[in-house]
Design a protein around this ligand. Structure first.
Ligand SMILES: NC(=O)C1=CN([C@@H]2O[C@H](COP(=O)(O)OP(=O)(O)OC[C@H]3O[C@@H](n4cnc5c(N)ncnc54)[C@H](OP(=O)(O)O)[C@@H]3O)[C@@H](O)[C@H]2O)C=CC1
Ligand SMILES: O=C([O-])CC(=O)C(=O)O
Length: 266
């Protein structure tokens, strides 16, 4: 039985608890949320993981695994202290790791705690192939993200582009993954994941489209290197609870937990 504590009880956290509710090998013991969200989280958790406590921090608990499904601040606030205590962690807010120095800080905390932090693949696939290809040497990684115009509301594209009236697919950003993450932090998880697995934030090229012709989060990756090349297109259905998040992200967390909990891992 894998004893899990989870940070976050939003679109991903709730989706994960729903799918694992009847898995006898995964037990949620603690769900961590901000103070203001505790009452709401308690009512959700009581039906999905009735044995779990809702807390604002991990406290003295020592889970087999701490998983972050919360957001950028949770990494500094909860993951780094847990790693320092030797608790293995998983992180889904990979976009947060584009903040200078944060990856190194995570790594140092895991090393000091003699444990490991796993960065989950989330909404994008082929991370295994890309990071294996890096071993032989990569030449280029180009990521194209395409989302419906309303997905770019309240971002730097909202204003320079008349999102509500776009009639054709429009490039709203072209540049490095580092710049994409700086300008579009809430849409930067995939670009950051590809960068960490591949050529890094400065050498991963990113093009972002507001496209009235799509209803899904479309992620296209083209990678070339010593291994040869690959092209991948993912058409991620957004979650009803948060249209910025593809459903595959929830499945990716469930897979990762299953791989730790079950006898067979794939
Ligand atoms: N790797 C990938 O491919 C993807 C990663 N993501 C990332 O996953 C994360 C979660 O996404 P999603 O579930 O859709 O987001 P939601 O906003 O639906 O849920 C986030 C949850 O985390 C809680 N939370 C926020 N900050 C903290 C904190 N410091 N400590 C404890 N709890 C906290 C929120 O509480 P409250 O509501 O009170 O703020 C809320 O319960 C985001 O960072 C998102 O960018 C998303 C999609 C793909
Ligand atoms: O598709 C998703 O779930 C999220 C996404 O585009 C990103 O954050 O890069």
């Amino acid at each position: 039985m894998l004893h899990v504590s989870m940070i976050g009880c939003g679109a991903i956290g709730v989706g994960v608890m729903e799918l694992l509710k009847s898995d006898p090998e995964v037990a949620f013991d603690v769900v961590i949320v901000p103070e203001a969200n505790m009452a709401n989280a308690r009512s959700v958790v009581s039906s999905l993981a009735p044995k779990a406590r809702v807390e604002t921090r991990l406290g003295e608990d020592r889970p087999d695994l701490l998983i972050e499904c919360a957001g950028h601040h949770a990494i500094e606030e909860h993951i780094i202290p847990a790693l320092l205590r030797g608790i293995p962690c998983m992180v889904v807010s990979i976009g947060a790791l584009s903040e200078p120095g944060l990856v190194e800080k995570l790594e140092a905390a895991a090393r000091e705690g003699k444990t490991q932090v796993q960065l989950l693949s989330g909404a994008i696939g082929a991370i295994d192939a890309l990071s294996a290809a890096r071993v032989g040497g990569l030449e280029s990684v180009v990521y194209t993200g395409r989302k419906p115009p309303n997905a770019w509301k309240d971002t730097p594209a909202d204003g320079p582009f008349d999102l509500a009236n776009l009639s054709v697919a429009t490039v709203i950003f072209e540049g490095s993954a580092r710049e994409a993450a700086r300008l579009y932090p809430k849409n930067a998880n995939v670009a950051a994941t590809l960068s960490l697995a591949g050529l890094g934030l400065d050498h991963t090229q990113v093009r972002l489209y507001a496209d009235p012709g799509v209803t899904e989060n479309v992620h296209h990756v083209e990678a070339k290197g010593e291994f040869g090349g690959f092209e991948l297109t993912m058409r991620g259905k957004p979650l009803a609870a948060n249209p910025k998040t593809s459903a595959l992200t929830v499945f990716s967390v469930v897979r990762a937990l299953g791989n730790r909990a079950h006898a067979l891992s794939i």
